[in-house]
Design a protein around this ligand. Structure first.
Ligand SMILES: Nc1nc2c(c(=O)[nH]1)N[C@H]1C(S)=C(S)[C@@H](COP(=O)(O)O)O[C@H]1N2
Ligand SMILES: [Mo]
Length: 572
């Protein structure tokens, strides 16, 4: 708690955009993890930082591809500096600048300003000159601290030295004070703090995805940037009094505390990708308007979950094979409620729940730490290979039943329909609830609409690929000419990078594969259309275009992913 308050007080927020302000303690700890998962970039910047050329490391540090940070230390120092900034008698010779003014500077054209420890810096020139400059723009107009916390930076003194050359002012005292945001009676006022880099689709309830270009920077998605999909306010759950009720089995109701779950059952960890049914919905919207949050390509993330196996808990509650004679579903109820007291709920097939290989977890840990509030603290169900919606967070009750969950989200949502079905003709009862998701892949770099210099000769294309039901992605094909010719990308199936490690057991490929390919730029063209498509071990492939799979809710959007990139011819 203490840490949380400190964080808040050291981050100058933008008053215009309150939701961009937040950094959590979770960020701090995941930052360390992120950096222990190496990537080429990270190592590059790390080495740079410790070489005479460390100045070039700043791009990486600002951009977030920086090296390891002893966050606590940073934290301590930052707090001290802030206190002095807050004291009325300022001795600085720099002009006072409001956050509003800073916020106006978030592009190369308008200038790139950032704040750090109460100082305002104009880093336009720096951004223009250095590689990774485009990533720095993620922090433009706001505070650097949350980015440093996310990506973990140490050697702050060096960075401060570089920054000092660009200092243009001091942030106004009022704007620093605005950080102590006043909480209201808003049901969302107790929602946790979030990382400002997230692209927000809806603030209340909170729905956000990471920028694609950082999504595939690490095989394990840091919890702070893991996509967040809430239908309701985040419930406040006291872990000490928390109880999970397991109902519907011959043993009667089994009630378990968090402690029981942690001590009475063996702990398992599973690395599994979660994907929202609405991932890539925005591409369906372009074909014809659909109802739903306008997700880009990043409503998908990968984490290592730790907890008890649902199977073990059901066995403890009296499950035996006879139960399968009458029961076919396991229902889950969340502790998050709407104004009428209705909770979020969903169900999965009993077969999946009790299967030894199904790996369904009652997870109390995400990436080695307690579940963050947004991801279901203190307990959620993780159903590997199954659509996000069934992975019920803030889990309060499990019911073994002959019926599916009666919840709106099981019955009247998260189902697929024909492109010809509209809101007048749709009959939700006629379609099965989405469980296992189809094969999926998308390109995270280069970004759609970006420009590459012809002198580069090659382009590095990166992305993710995943399939539902534990089906393993076995290949990703990439085209640079709109689909006429194809090359096979290299797959990465662990934190260790390329090439991929051994395959998981058949039917238990729960985690995504990251992939990349360095491909020659096609000659004599000013624009390339880059396409990716993945293949799983059942030889399921993605459809080539959106119209044939368009549906009124915009779910299951998995057409070939396409980005257009311009090639700038060399001048002279
Ligand atoms: N209790 C509860 N569980 C929930 C939800 C919710 O709103 N409430 N959203 C679901 C949906 S639609 C998705 S995609 C995933 C998102 O999980 P995440 O926020 O951890 O990424 O949680 C699922 N579980
Ligand atoms: Mo979802």
């Amino acid at each position: 708690m203490l840490l949380l308050r400190h964080c808040r007080s050291l981050t100058p927020f933008s008053p215009l955009n309150i939701q961009r302000r937040l950094v959590t303690p979770v960020v701090a700890s995941c930052a360390v993890r992120l950096c222990s998962s190496r990537s080429e970039d990270q190592r590059f910047y790390y080495q740079q930082l410790h070489s005479p050329y460390w100045r070039y490391g700043l791009a990486g540090l600002l951009a977030g591809t920086g090296a390891v940070l002893a966050y606590g230390l940073h934290h301590h120092k930052a707090e001290r500096v802030d206190t002095s900034v807050l004291s009325e008698e300022k001795t600085s010779s720099f002009p006072t600048i409001s956050q509003e003014e800073v916020t106006k500077h978030r592009s190369l054209e308008d200038g790139v300003w950032v704040t750090f420890k109460g100082g305002v810096y104009d880093i336009t020139e720096f951004v223009a000159m250095h590689p990774g400059g485009d990533k720095i723009l993620l922090a433009a107009g706001g505070a650097l601290e949350p980015f440093w916390a996310l990506y973990a930076v140490h050697n702050q003194d060096h960075v401060l030295e570089i920054l000092s050359e660009y200092k243009v002012g001091e942030l106004s005292v009022e704007d620093l004070r605005k950080q102590q945001a006043v909480k209201s009676s808003d049901p969302y006022s107790t929602d946790p703090e979030r990382h400002p880099v997230l692209h927000i689709n809806s603030l209340k309830p909170f729905n956000a995805e990471p920028p694609p270009e950082i999504l595939t920077d690490s095989y394990i998605t840091p919890s702070a940037i893991f996509f967040k999909r809430n239908h309701l306010p985040v419930p406040q759950v006291d872990p000490a009094s928390f109880q999970l009720h397991v109902e519907g089995l011959p043993g009667g109701v089994l009630t378990l505390s968090l402690q029981d779950l942690k001590t009475r059952f063996p702990k398992h960890t599973v690395t599994a990708t979660l994907q929202c049914a609405g991932n890539r919905r925005s591409e369906m919207n372009k074909v014809k308007l659909v109802k739903g949050l306008n997700w880009g390509i990043a409503a998908i993330s990968n984490a290592t979950w730790g907890g008890a196996k649902l199977r073990d808990v059901l066995l403890a509650a009296g499950y035996n094979p006879d139960v399968a004679q009458w029961a076919h579903h396991v229902q889950f109820e969340g502790l998050d409620k709407d104004v009428t007291g209705t909770t979020y709920g969903a169900s999965i097939p009993l077969k999946k729940a009790v299967s030894e290989d199904g790996d369904v977890l009652l997870a109390y840990e995400m990436n080695g730490e307690d579940l963050p509030a947004d991801h279901g603290f203190p307990l959620r169900v993780v159903v590997p290979g199954t659509v996000g919606a069934r992975n019920v967070k803030w889990l309060g009750k499990i019911i073994v039943s002959a019926e599916e969950s009666s919840s709106h989200w099981q019955q009247n949502d998260y189902k697929g329909f024909s492109p010809g079905t509209d809101w007048d003709t749709v009959d939700f009862k006629s379609a099965p609830a989405i469980q296992e998701l189809p094969i999926q892949s998308a390109i995270t770099t280069p970004a759609d609409g970006s420009t590459i210099d012809r002198s580069q000769e090659t382009v590095t294309v990166k992305g993710y690929a995943w399939s539902g039901g534990g089906r393993e992605v076995v290949r990703v094909d990439v085209s640079l000419d709109g689909g006429k010719s194809w090359q096979v990308a290299q797959l990465q199936s662990s934190e260790k990078g390329l090439p991929p490690g051994p395959s998981p057991p058949t039917g238990q490929a729960w985690a995504w594969k990251l992939w990349e390919i360095e491909a020659p730029l096609p000659p004599e063209t000013q624009e390339v259309e880059i396409i990716c498509k993945a293949v799983d071990n059942s030889y399921n492939m993605q459809p080539d275009s959106v119209p044939p799979i368009w549906n009124l809710r915009g779910v299951l959007s998995n057409a070939w992913h396409r980005v257009k990139v311009k090639i700038r011819e060399d001048e002279e």
